[in-house]
Design a protein around this ligand. Structure first.
Ligand SMILES: NC(=O)CC[C@H](N)C(=O)O
Length: 199
């Protein structure tokens, strides 16, 4: 089986961790900072970081429109934390003028857990993934406040709040699987990329 070519948006945030995860799973990982680096990728990961900065940089570097086109073309895209915010059709508590790439029919609230719970960890039941609950690490994390008709929740906190969603080839998590050593979400995403590459 030939390795997939997976781009990781490398404008800002913890893109290095995702590049390492993709390589450790046997695929080819490529940092994406320019439009031409998006060409020929079988999937794209948008990392955690600061979504308002990522938004500004993507517009400054002329990547915002190509990213929207990539999503519209059906490219598999996985966003973690700030990356989930970038994929959301609407943001609550965004910075003034903050825009997103969109694609996921959800409204996401930034920094939803407030200062007292800036970072926390919780085990999540994720029925779509086999095996144990997913140990999820949240860092100034967003929450999916509204899931539209086209999107589907994949994982919820014990209090019922949605922190993982999917919609066709798009996948988003509020938390950071790239730092826990449990890469089932990455594998779930790579399966979408593999299916598309071989279709
Ligand atoms: N760990 C993260 O990616 C934090 C997200 C950040 N709070 C934002 O609004 O973009």
């Amino acid at each position: 089986m030939t390795a997939l070519r997976i781009g990781v948006l490398a404008l800002q945030g913890d893109f290095r961790e995702h590049l390492q995860v993709v390589s450790s799973l046997g695929e080819t990982a490529v940092p994406v900072r320019r439009e031409d680096e998006l060409k020929g990728v079988d999937g794209l990961i948008i990392p955690g970081g600061e979504s308002s900065v990522m938004d500004k940089l993507s517009r400054t570097f002329g990547l915002a429109e190509p990213l929207k086109e990539a999503v519209a073309s059906g490219l598999p895209v996985y966003g973690t934390c700030a990356g989930l915010i970038m994929l959301a059709d609407s943001i609550l508590d965004g910075m003034a003028g903050q825009q997103t790439i969109g694609g996921l029919d959800v409204a996401v609230r930034r920094n939803a857990f407030g200062t007292q719970r800036d970072s926390f960890e919780e085990d999540l039941e994720v029925p779509a993934l086999e095996g144990e609950p997913v140990h999820a690490v949240f860092i100034r994390a967003p929450v999916v406040e509204t899931v539209g008709a086209d999107a589907k929740p994949l994982g919820t906190l014990a209090d019922g709040r949605v922190v993982a969603v999917e919609q066709g080839n798009l996948l988003g998590t509020s938390f950071h699987p790239e730092i826990t050593g449990d890469f089932r979400f990455h594998e779930y995403f790579l399966a979408k990329a593999r299916a598309r590459a071989s279709s």
